[in-house]
Design a protein around this ligand. Structure first.
Ligand code: GRF
Length: 217
């Protein structure tokens, strides 16, 4: 069997996506190896999952750097040390510098809790409710310079209920986020999913529309 693809995961907080990825690897649903978890927040709760799984942890504190560029460069070097083939943003809550994004172009993936291009940025669930949409969800995309703007690969949809609050809606989206991310990472690790000339390609074909997986495995 070929060696599992090395990946780095970046988090800032709760880490439920990180935990889901660790569980999928343990359950042999995903053939990647998490070589490090990186955080901009040494107090991120999700770091506990990395500790329990004996994964290397590296924390970087923005206050130790004069600007975003030098901060991101330090993180970039920290990641390069592990030579990952994919860098997975899983609730990493800082905007990345252009140089960082360019450096990892094509091997930098993010999950965003909305049906992009709707609701980029923060507070997506509250904004979806206020906008009165009946369908909401989550998207996986390759990261480009534009915030939450890179080519979307996969989406999963969730019906918005009249009684939903941002919390209840977020909880239903989150469950689906986990399996959606695992599917995307698996496809990437299998070489099926790539970024080519700024286009997401699956099995050699350009994705003109994101793939909708309403019941991801
Ligand atoms: C998720 O909703 C993800 O879509 C967004 O940040 C949240 C992270 O959650 N980017 P967790 O830290 O993985 O639990």
């Amino acid at each position: 069997m070929p060696a599992a693809m090395p990946v780095v995961i970046m988090i800032s907080g709760r880490g439920s996506n990180l935990r889901a990825i660790i569980d999928a690897i343990d359950n042999k649903l995903l053939a990647v190896r998490i070589v490090a978890v990186i955080s901009n927040n040494a107090k991120a709760l999700g770091l506990e999952y990395a500790r329990l799984a004996n994964i290397d942890i590296r924390c970087f504190n923005q206050g130790d750097y004069s600007d975003r560029e030098s901060f991101d460069l330090a993180i970039q070097k920290g990641i390069d040390h592990y030579a990952p083939e994919l860098v997975i943003l899983a609730g990493y809550m800082r905007i990345l510098s252009v140089a960082f994004v360019h450096h990892f172009q094509g091997r930098l993936m993010n999950i965003h809790p909305s049906l992009l291009p709707e609701f980029p940025g923060l507070h997506t669930h509250q904004r979806a409710i206020e906008a009165g949409v009946t369908t909401h969800g989550a998207s996986i995309h390759f990261v480009t310079e534009e915030l939450d703007g890179g080519p979307v690969v996969l989406q999963t949809r969730v019906d918005v209920r009249k009684i939903d609050t941002a919390e209840t809606l977020a909880a239903r989206v989150l469950v689906k986020e986990h399996s959606l991310y695992i599917t995307a990472i698996r496809w990437y690790a299998e070489g099926r999913l790539v970024l080519k000339n700024d286009n997401a390609m699956l099995d050699g074909k350009k994705l003109d529309e994101p793939i909708q997986l309403d019941n991801p495995e």
